[in-house]
Design a protein around this ligand. Sequence first.
Ligand code: GDP
Ligand code: IMO
Ligand code: MG
Length: 422
Amino acid sequence: MKIDILLGLQWGDEGKGKIVDALSPDYDIIARFQGGPNAGHSIVFNNVKYILHLIPSGIFREGKLNLVGNGVVLDPAVFKQEVNSLGIPLEEIKKRVIISKRAHLILPGHRILDAASEHVKGSSKIGSTLKGIGPAYTDKAARNGIRVGDIVRKDFKELYKRVLEMHLRTAAGLGFEFNLSDYEEGWFEGVELLREFKLINSEYFLNEMIRNNKKILAEGAQGTMLDIDFGTYPYVTSSNTISAGAFTGLGVSPARAGEVFGIFKAYCTRVGSGPFPTELTDETGEEIRKRGVEFGATTGRPRRCGWLDLPALKYAIMINGVTRLFMTKADVLSGLGSVRVCTSYKINGEESEEVPFEYNVCKTEPVYREFPGWQEDISNIKKYDDLPETLKKYVEFIEKETGVPVTLISVGSDREQTVYKS
Ligand code: GDP
Ligand code: IMO
Ligand code: MG
Protein backbone atom coordinates (compact mmCIF):
# COMPACT_ATOMS: atom_id res chain seq x y z
CA MET A 1 0.00 0.00 0.00
CA LYS A 2 1.15 3.54 -0.77
CA ILE A 3 0.82 6.70 1.26
CA ASP A 4 -1.03 9.64 -0.28
CA ILE A 5 0.08 13.18 0.45
CA LEU A 6 -2.13 16.25 0.56
CA LEU A 7 -0.54 19.69 0.69
CA GLY A 8 -0.97 23.38 -0.08
CA LEU A 9 0.43 24.82 -3.31
CA GLN A 10 0.26 28.50 -2.43
CA TRP A 11 0.96 30.50 0.76
CA GLY A 12 -1.15 28.36 3.10
CA ASP A 13 -4.87 28.42 3.98
CA GLU A 14 -5.85 26.73 0.73
CA GLY A 15 -8.51 24.71 2.56
CA LYS A 16 -6.41 21.67 3.54
CA GLY A 17 -8.40 21.04 6.72
CA LYS A 18 -11.72 20.98 4.91
CA ILE A 19 -10.50 18.62 2.21
CA VAL A 20 -8.66 16.23 4.55
CA ASP A 21 -11.83 15.97 6.64
CA ALA A 22 -13.88 15.35 3.49
CA LEU A 23 -11.50 12.62 2.26
CA SER A 24 -10.79 10.99 5.61
CA PRO A 25 -13.60 8.38 5.43
CA ASP A 26 -11.46 6.75 2.70
CA TYR A 27 -8.39 6.48 4.94
CA ASP A 28 -7.40 4.59 8.11
CA ILE A 29 -4.74 7.03 9.31
CA ILE A 30 -4.26 10.77 8.85
CA ALA A 31 -0.71 11.91 9.64
CA ARG A 32 0.61 15.45 10.04
CA PHE A 33 4.27 15.59 8.96
CA GLN A 34 5.51 19.14 9.64
CA GLY A 35 4.71 22.54 11.06
CA GLY A 36 3.04 23.17 14.36
CA PRO A 37 0.43 25.47 15.85
CA ASN A 38 1.22 28.09 13.20
CA ALA A 39 -1.30 26.06 11.18
CA GLY A 40 -5.01 26.75 11.41
CA HIS A 41 -7.06 24.13 9.59
CA SER A 42 -10.81 24.84 9.52
CA ILE A 43 -13.47 22.18 9.31
CA VAL A 44 -17.18 22.91 9.08
CA PHE A 45 -20.05 20.46 9.56
CA ASN A 46 -23.53 20.74 11.11
CA ASN A 47 -23.08 24.52 10.96
CA VAL A 48 -20.20 24.47 13.45
CA LYS A 49 -16.66 25.54 12.58
CA TYR A 50 -13.67 23.89 14.28
CA ILE A 51 -10.11 25.10 13.93
CA LEU A 52 -7.28 22.61 14.32
CA HIS A 53 -3.68 23.62 14.91
CA LEU A 54 -1.84 20.43 15.83
CA ILE A 55 -4.28 17.55 15.64
CA PRO A 56 -4.73 16.08 12.14
CA SER A 57 -7.98 16.80 10.32
CA GLY A 58 -9.30 13.24 10.52
CA ILE A 59 -10.16 13.74 14.22
CA PHE A 60 -13.90 14.18 13.66
CA ARG A 61 -14.29 10.77 11.99
CA GLU A 62 -14.91 7.82 14.26
CA GLY A 63 -12.55 4.88 13.95
CA LYS A 64 -9.74 6.87 12.32
CA LEU A 65 -6.25 7.26 13.73
CA ASN A 66 -4.60 10.67 13.72
CA LEU A 67 -0.84 10.73 13.99
CA VAL A 68 1.22 13.77 14.98
CA GLY A 69 4.44 12.88 13.16
CA ASN A 70 8.09 13.35 14.08
CA GLY A 71 8.41 16.36 11.76
CA VAL A 72 5.86 18.36 13.75
CA VAL A 73 6.77 20.83 16.52
CA LEU A 74 4.23 20.48 19.31
CA ASP A 75 3.28 23.07 21.92
CA PRO A 76 1.71 21.23 24.88
CA ALA A 77 -0.28 24.30 25.96
CA VAL A 78 -1.88 24.61 22.51
CA PHE A 79 -2.43 20.85 22.43
CA LYS A 80 -4.39 20.98 25.68
CA GLN A 81 -6.54 23.89 24.52
CA GLU A 82 -7.24 22.10 21.28
CA VAL A 83 -8.21 18.84 22.98
CA ASN A 84 -10.67 20.84 25.11
CA SER A 85 -12.16 22.62 22.09
CA LEU A 86 -13.20 19.61 20.02
CA GLY A 87 -16.44 18.66 21.74
CA ILE A 88 -15.26 15.02 21.78
CA PRO A 89 -14.83 13.16 25.12
CA LEU A 90 -11.18 12.98 26.22
CA GLU A 91 -11.17 9.18 26.37
CA GLU A 92 -12.29 9.08 22.73
CA ILE A 93 -9.66 11.64 21.66
CA LYS A 94 -7.01 9.46 23.32
CA LYS A 95 -8.12 6.58 21.12
CA ARG A 96 -7.99 8.66 17.97
CA VAL A 97 -4.72 10.58 18.48
CA ILE A 98 -1.21 9.12 18.65
CA ILE A 99 2.00 11.11 18.82
CA SER A 100 5.55 10.46 17.66
CA LYS A 101 8.10 10.45 20.46
CA ARG A 102 10.47 12.15 18.03
CA ALA A 103 8.31 15.26 17.54
CA HIS A 104 10.00 18.28 19.09
CA LEU A 105 8.39 20.34 21.82
CA ILE A 106 7.77 24.03 21.46
CA LEU A 107 8.99 25.47 24.76
CA PRO A 108 7.84 28.76 26.31
CA GLY A 109 11.31 30.12 25.47
CA HIS A 110 10.71 29.45 21.77
CA ARG A 111 7.73 31.78 21.81
CA ILE A 112 9.77 34.41 23.63
CA LEU A 113 12.53 34.13 21.03
CA ASP A 114 10.05 34.26 18.15
CA ALA A 115 8.71 37.54 19.51
CA ALA A 116 12.23 38.83 20.21
CA SER A 117 13.40 37.99 16.70
CA GLU A 118 10.46 39.78 15.09
CA HIS A 119 11.01 42.75 17.41
CA VAL A 120 14.64 43.04 16.36
CA LYS A 121 13.80 42.76 12.65
CA GLY A 122 11.41 45.71 12.90
CA SER A 123 9.92 46.64 9.53
CA SER A 124 11.58 43.66 7.82
CA LYS A 125 9.88 41.19 10.17
CA ILE A 126 8.60 37.89 8.74
CA GLY A 127 5.11 38.38 10.10
CA SER A 128 5.46 35.12 12.02
CA THR A 129 2.45 33.67 13.85
CA LEU A 130 4.52 34.07 17.08
CA LYS A 131 3.90 30.42 17.96
CA GLY A 132 7.61 29.72 18.44
CA ILE A 133 8.01 27.76 15.21
CA GLY A 134 11.31 29.24 13.95
CA PRO A 135 13.15 28.93 17.31
CA ALA A 136 11.83 25.37 17.87
CA TYR A 137 13.15 24.18 14.51
CA THR A 138 16.36 26.14 15.14
CA ASP A 139 16.91 24.23 18.39
CA LYS A 140 16.11 20.95 16.63
CA ALA A 141 18.81 21.64 14.02
CA ALA A 142 21.21 22.96 16.66
CA ARG A 143 20.65 19.76 18.67
CA ASN A 144 19.31 21.59 21.69
CA GLY A 145 15.70 20.49 21.36
CA ILE A 146 13.53 18.51 23.75
CA ARG A 147 11.32 15.84 22.21
CA VAL A 148 7.92 14.49 23.13
CA GLY A 149 9.49 11.20 24.25
CA ASP A 150 11.58 13.13 26.81
CA ILE A 151 8.57 14.13 28.90
CA VAL A 152 8.64 10.80 30.74
CA ARG A 153 12.28 11.22 31.74
CA LYS A 154 12.93 11.65 35.46
CA ASP A 155 15.19 14.62 34.75
CA PHE A 156 12.68 16.34 32.44
CA LYS A 157 12.42 19.42 34.69
CA GLU A 158 16.21 19.87 34.74
CA LEU A 159 16.36 19.39 31.00
CA TYR A 160 13.68 22.05 30.61
CA LYS A 161 15.51 24.46 32.93
CA ARG A 162 18.80 24.03 31.11
CA VAL A 163 17.29 24.95 27.74
CA LEU A 164 15.21 27.75 29.29
CA GLU A 165 18.39 29.36 30.68
CA MET A 166 19.82 29.44 27.17
CA HIS A 167 16.66 31.02 25.80
CA LEU A 168 16.56 33.64 28.53
CA ARG A 169 20.18 34.60 27.88
CA THR A 170 19.53 34.95 24.14
CA ALA A 171 16.38 37.02 24.69
CA ALA A 172 18.23 39.30 27.12
CA GLY A 173 21.00 39.71 24.53
CA LEU A 174 18.37 40.91 22.06
CA GLY A 175 17.12 43.45 24.59
CA PHE A 176 13.64 41.93 24.59
CA GLU A 177 11.51 42.41 27.69
CA PHE A 178 8.92 39.87 28.75
CA ASN A 179 7.21 38.20 31.63
CA LEU A 180 8.17 34.51 31.74
CA SER A 181 5.03 33.44 33.58
CA ASP A 182 2.87 34.75 30.69
CA TYR A 183 4.66 32.38 28.35
CA GLU A 184 4.70 29.40 30.73
CA GLU A 185 0.97 29.60 31.41
CA GLY A 186 -0.70 26.28 30.64
CA TRP A 187 2.50 24.69 29.35
CA PHE A 188 3.20 22.25 32.22
CA GLU A 189 -0.50 21.31 32.40
CA GLY A 190 -0.22 20.54 28.69
CA VAL A 191 2.76 18.28 29.35
CA GLU A 192 0.71 16.47 32.02
CA LEU A 193 -2.06 15.87 29.50
CA LEU A 194 0.43 14.68 26.86
CA ARG A 195 1.65 12.01 29.30
CA GLU A 196 -1.83 10.45 29.14
CA PHE A 197 -1.58 10.01 25.35
CA LYS A 198 -0.07 7.19 23.36
CA LEU A 199 3.48 8.31 22.58
CA ILE A 200 4.99 5.94 20.04
CA ASN A 201 7.87 5.16 17.68
CA SER A 202 5.67 6.23 14.80
CA GLU A 203 8.12 5.29 12.06
CA TYR A 204 7.79 1.60 13.01
CA PHE A 205 4.05 1.96 13.45
CA LEU A 206 3.45 3.61 10.07
CA ASN A 207 5.64 1.18 8.15
CA GLU A 208 3.83 -1.71 9.74
CA MET A 209 0.49 -0.14 8.80
CA ILE A 210 1.70 0.22 5.20
CA ARG A 211 2.66 -3.48 5.19
CA ASN A 212 -0.82 -4.28 6.55
CA ASN A 213 -2.42 -2.44 3.61
CA LYS A 214 -3.83 0.36 5.72
CA LYS A 215 -4.64 3.56 3.86
CA ILE A 216 -2.64 6.56 5.02
CA LEU A 217 -3.06 10.23 4.14
CA ALA A 218 -0.22 12.60 5.00
CA GLU A 219 -1.58 16.08 5.80
CA GLY A 220 0.62 19.06 5.07
CA ALA A 221 0.52 22.41 6.79
CA GLN A 222 1.33 25.86 5.38
CA GLY A 223 2.01 25.85 1.63
CA THR A 224 4.76 25.35 -0.94
CA MET A 225 5.52 29.06 -1.23
CA LEU A 226 6.24 29.06 2.52
CA ASP A 227 8.66 26.10 2.28
CA ILE A 228 12.02 26.74 3.97
CA ASP A 229 13.97 25.75 0.81
CA PHE A 230 11.67 26.60 -2.08
CA GLY A 231 9.42 29.34 -0.71
CA THR A 232 9.98 33.08 -0.82
CA TYR A 233 12.89 32.94 1.63
CA PRO A 234 13.31 34.50 4.18
CA TYR A 235 9.55 35.13 4.25
CA VAL A 236 8.78 31.47 4.85
CA THR A 237 8.13 29.10 7.69
CA SER A 238 10.91 26.91 9.13
CA SER A 239 9.99 23.46 7.80
CA ASN A 240 9.75 21.60 4.51
CA THR A 241 6.11 21.96 3.59
CA ILE A 242 6.60 20.14 0.27
CA SER A 243 5.92 16.47 -0.48
CA ALA A 244 9.55 15.53 0.32
CA GLY A 245 8.84 16.71 3.88
CA ALA A 246 6.34 13.89 4.31
CA PHE A 247 9.10 11.28 4.13
CA THR A 248 11.42 12.92 6.65
CA GLY A 249 8.46 14.03 8.75
CA LEU A 250 6.99 10.54 9.04
CA GLY A 251 9.86 8.12 8.48
CA VAL A 252 8.55 6.41 5.36
CA SER A 253 10.38 5.80 2.11
CA PRO A 254 9.68 7.89 -1.02
CA ALA A 255 9.16 4.51 -2.70
CA ARG A 256 5.88 4.37 -0.76
CA ALA A 257 4.53 7.61 -2.29
CA GLY A 258 1.10 7.28 -3.83
CA GLU A 259 -0.96 10.23 -5.01
CA VAL A 260 0.17 13.77 -4.31
CA PHE A 261 -2.92 15.96 -3.94
CA GLY A 262 -2.13 19.64 -4.42
CA ILE A 263 -4.66 22.15 -3.11
CA PHE A 264 -5.00 25.67 -4.42
CA LYS A 265 -7.57 28.41 -4.09
CA ALA A 266 -9.22 29.76 -7.24
CA TYR A 267 -7.29 32.93 -6.31
CA CYS A 268 -4.35 33.57 -3.94
CA THR A 269 -3.94 34.76 -0.38
CA ARG A 270 -1.00 35.36 1.90
CA VAL A 271 -0.70 36.31 5.59
CA GLY A 272 2.45 37.96 6.89
CA SER A 273 5.20 39.70 4.95
CA GLY A 274 6.90 38.81 1.68
CA PRO A 275 6.44 38.96 -2.08
CA PHE A 276 3.04 38.39 -3.63
CA PRO A 277 3.10 39.47 -7.30
CA THR A 278 -0.65 39.20 -7.96
CA GLU A 279 -1.73 40.98 -4.76
CA LEU A 280 -4.74 43.27 -5.19
CA THR A 281 -4.61 46.32 -2.99
CA ASP A 282 -7.76 47.79 -4.56
CA GLU A 283 -11.47 47.26 -3.95
CA THR A 284 -11.45 43.92 -5.80
CA GLY A 285 -8.94 42.61 -3.25
CA GLU A 286 -11.13 43.94 -0.47
CA GLU A 287 -14.19 42.32 -2.05
CA ILE A 288 -12.46 38.91 -2.24
CA ARG A 289 -11.33 39.23 1.39
CA LYS A 290 -14.87 40.00 2.46
CA ARG A 291 -16.58 37.27 0.44
CA GLY A 292 -13.93 34.65 1.22
CA VAL A 293 -13.77 35.67 4.89
CA GLU A 294 -10.03 35.86 4.44
CA PHE A 295 -8.84 36.34 8.00
CA GLY A 296 -6.16 34.12 9.57
CA ALA A 297 -7.50 31.02 11.36
CA THR A 298 -4.61 31.19 13.85
CA THR A 299 -3.94 34.90 14.29
CA GLY A 300 -7.11 36.59 12.96
CA ARG A 301 -5.00 38.85 10.74
CA PRO A 302 -6.58 39.96 7.44
CA ARG A 303 -5.14 37.89 4.59
CA ARG A 304 -3.70 39.67 1.58
CA CYS A 305 -5.71 38.67 -1.52
CA GLY A 306 -4.90 38.52 -5.23
CA TRP A 307 -5.44 36.67 -8.51
CA LEU A 308 -4.32 33.13 -9.23
CA ASP A 309 -0.59 32.96 -9.97
CA LEU A 310 0.12 30.26 -12.57
CA PRO A 311 3.93 30.48 -12.61
CA ALA A 312 3.92 29.92 -8.83
CA LEU A 313 1.32 27.13 -9.18
CA LYS A 314 3.32 25.35 -11.89
CA TYR A 315 6.47 25.68 -9.77
CA ALA A 316 4.66 24.14 -6.79
CA ILE A 317 3.32 21.29 -8.95
CA MET A 318 6.85 20.59 -10.19
CA ILE A 319 8.51 20.63 -6.75
CA ASN A 320 5.82 18.39 -5.22
CA GLY A 321 5.16 16.02 -8.12
CA VAL A 322 1.42 16.75 -7.86
CA THR A 323 -0.73 14.04 -9.45
CA ARG A 324 -4.15 15.64 -8.84
CA LEU A 325 -5.24 19.20 -8.28
CA PHE A 326 -8.00 20.22 -5.90
CA MET A 327 -9.41 23.74 -6.34
CA THR A 328 -11.13 25.45 -3.41
CA LYS A 329 -13.20 28.59 -2.91
CA ALA A 330 -14.44 28.84 -6.52
CA ASP A 331 -17.72 30.06 -4.96
CA VAL A 332 -15.99 33.16 -3.57
CA LEU A 333 -15.41 34.52 -7.08
CA SER A 334 -19.10 34.09 -8.08
CA GLY A 335 -20.57 37.37 -9.22
CA LEU A 336 -17.33 39.04 -10.33
CA GLY A 337 -17.71 40.29 -13.92
CA SER A 338 -14.35 38.82 -14.88
CA VAL A 339 -11.52 36.95 -13.24
CA ARG A 340 -7.82 37.09 -13.99
CA VAL A 341 -4.98 34.61 -13.99
CA CYS A 342 -1.32 35.59 -14.02
CA THR A 343 0.30 33.56 -16.81
CA SER A 344 3.83 34.97 -16.63
CA TYR A 345 5.90 37.63 -14.90
CA LYS A 346 7.62 40.63 -16.41
CA ILE A 347 10.96 41.06 -14.66
CA ASN A 348 13.19 43.96 -15.75
CA GLY A 349 11.18 44.19 -18.98
CA GLU A 350 11.58 40.49 -19.80
CA GLU A 351 8.76 38.00 -19.70
CA SER A 352 9.35 34.79 -17.77
CA GLU A 353 7.27 31.87 -16.54
CA GLU A 354 9.75 30.97 -13.81
CA VAL A 355 9.63 31.84 -10.15
CA PRO A 356 12.81 33.91 -9.79
CA PHE A 357 15.43 33.51 -7.07
CA GLU A 358 15.30 37.30 -6.65
CA TYR A 359 11.55 37.20 -5.87
CA ASN A 360 12.03 39.40 -2.82
CA VAL A 361 14.05 42.16 -4.40
CA CYS A 362 13.07 42.38 -8.08
CA LYS A 363 9.82 43.87 -9.28
CA THR A 364 7.77 40.93 -10.52
CA GLU A 365 5.01 42.38 -12.66
CA PRO A 366 2.23 39.93 -13.47
CA VAL A 367 1.03 39.44 -17.05
CA TYR A 368 -2.66 38.56 -16.91
CA ARG A 369 -5.16 36.66 -18.96
CA GLU A 370 -8.77 37.61 -18.33
CA PHE A 371 -11.71 35.20 -18.18
CA PRO A 372 -15.44 35.92 -18.07
CA GLY A 373 -16.67 35.39 -14.49
CA TRP A 374 -19.42 33.09 -13.28
CA GLN A 375 -22.46 34.80 -11.87
CA GLU A 376 -24.41 31.90 -10.38
CA ASP A 377 -24.41 30.84 -6.74
CA ILE A 378 -22.57 27.53 -7.03
CA SER A 379 -22.47 26.66 -3.33
CA ASN A 380 -25.14 23.95 -3.60
CA ILE A 381 -23.93 22.31 -6.80
CA LYS A 382 -23.00 18.64 -6.41
CA LYS A 383 -22.01 17.62 -9.95
CA TYR A 384 -19.23 18.97 -12.13
CA ASP A 385 -21.50 19.07 -15.17
CA ASP A 386 -23.85 21.44 -13.34
CA LEU A 387 -21.17 24.09 -12.76
CA PRO A 388 -21.36 27.22 -14.92
CA GLU A 389 -19.65 26.93 -18.33
CA THR A 390 -17.41 29.91 -17.54
CA LEU A 391 -16.08 28.19 -14.41
CA LYS A 392 -15.51 24.95 -16.31
CA LYS A 393 -13.51 26.94 -18.91
CA TYR A 394 -11.42 28.38 -16.06
CA VAL A 395 -10.77 24.87 -14.67
CA GLU A 396 -9.95 23.45 -18.10
CA PHE A 397 -7.50 26.29 -18.76
CA ILE A 398 -5.67 25.45 -15.51
CA GLU A 399 -5.61 21.76 -16.41
CA LYS A 400 -4.22 22.51 -19.87
CA GLU A 401 -1.56 24.88 -18.55
CA THR A 402 -0.40 22.62 -15.72
CA GLY A 403 -0.93 19.23 -17.36
CA VAL A 404 -2.53 17.96 -14.14
CA PRO A 405 -6.25 17.10 -13.78
CA VAL A 406 -8.41 19.05 -11.35
CA THR A 407 -10.43 16.25 -9.72
CA LEU A 408 -12.07 18.08 -6.84
CA ILE A 409 -13.71 21.48 -6.67
CA SER A 410 -14.76 22.89 -3.33
CA VAL A 411 -17.75 25.23 -3.45
CA GLY A 412 -18.18 26.10 0.24
CA SER A 413 -16.66 25.58 3.67
CA ASP A 414 -18.95 22.69 4.71
CA ARG A 415 -17.60 19.16 4.24
CA GLU A 416 -20.61 18.42 2.00
CA GLN A 417 -19.89 21.31 -0.37
CA THR A 418 -17.47 19.31 -2.45
CA VAL A 419 -17.75 18.47 -6.15
CA TYR A 420 -15.80 15.43 -7.39
CA LYS A 421 -14.75 15.23 -11.01
CA SER A 422 -13.33 12.16 -12.71
P1 GDP B 1 -6.08 25.48 5.66
O1 GDP B 1 -5.11 26.13 6.58
O2 GDP B 1 -5.48 25.15 4.33
O3 GDP B 1 -6.77 24.29 6.28
O4 GDP B 1 -7.20 26.56 5.38
P2 GDP B 1 -7.92 27.52 6.47
O5 GDP B 1 -8.88 26.70 7.22
O6 GDP B 1 -6.92 28.30 7.21
O7 GDP B 1 -8.62 28.56 5.51
C1 GDP B 1 -9.58 28.17 4.59
C2 GDP B 1 -10.88 28.93 4.92
O8 GDP B 1 -11.77 28.81 3.83
C3 GDP B 1 -11.62 28.34 6.11
O9 GDP B 1 -12.34 29.39 6.71
C4 GDP B 1 -12.54 27.32 5.47
O10 GDP B 1 -13.70 27.08 6.28
C5 GDP B 1 -12.91 28.03 4.20
N1 GDP B 1 -13.15 27.18 3.02
C6 GDP B 1 -12.54 26.03 2.65
N2 GDP B 1 -12.96 25.64 1.43
C7 GDP B 1 -13.86 26.57 1.03
C8 GDP B 1 -14.63 26.75 -0.16
O11 GDP B 1 -14.56 25.99 -1.11
N3 GDP B 1 -15.44 27.85 -0.22
C9 GDP B 1 -15.53 28.75 0.81
N4 GDP B 1 -16.33 29.78 0.66
N5 GDP B 1 -14.81 28.60 1.94
C10 GDP B 1 -13.98 27.55 2.04
P1 IMO C 1 -1.92 26.72 7.41
O1 IMO C 1 -1.47 25.30 7.72
C1 IMO C 1 -0.82 30.77 6.26
C2 IMO C 1 3.05 32.26 7.65
C3 IMO C 1 3.05 33.36 8.67
C4 IMO C 1 4.35 34.06 8.31
C5 IMO C 1 5.27 32.90 7.92
C6 IMO C 1 6.17 32.42 9.04
O2 IMO C 1 -3.11 27.16 8.16
O3 IMO C 1 -2.02 26.90 5.94
P2 IMO C 1 5.79 31.06 11.29
O4 IMO C 1 4.86 31.30 12.43
O5 IMO C 1 5.60 29.75 10.63
O6 IMO C 1 7.22 31.32 11.66
O7 IMO C 1 5.41 32.21 10.22
O8 IMO C 1 4.39 31.84 7.53
N1 IMO C 1 2.27 31.07 8.04
C7 IMO C 1 1.08 30.74 7.50
N2 IMO C 1 0.32 31.38 6.60
N3 IMO C 1 -1.21 29.57 6.73
C8 IMO C 1 -0.44 28.89 7.60
O9 IMO C 1 -0.72 27.61 7.98
C9 IMO C 1 0.74 29.49 8.07
N4 IMO C 1 1.71 29.12 8.94
C10 IMO C 1 2.63 30.08 8.90
O10 IMO C 1 1.94 34.21 8.51
O11 IMO C 1 4.17 34.86 7.16
MG1 MG D 1 -4.94 27.86 7.73
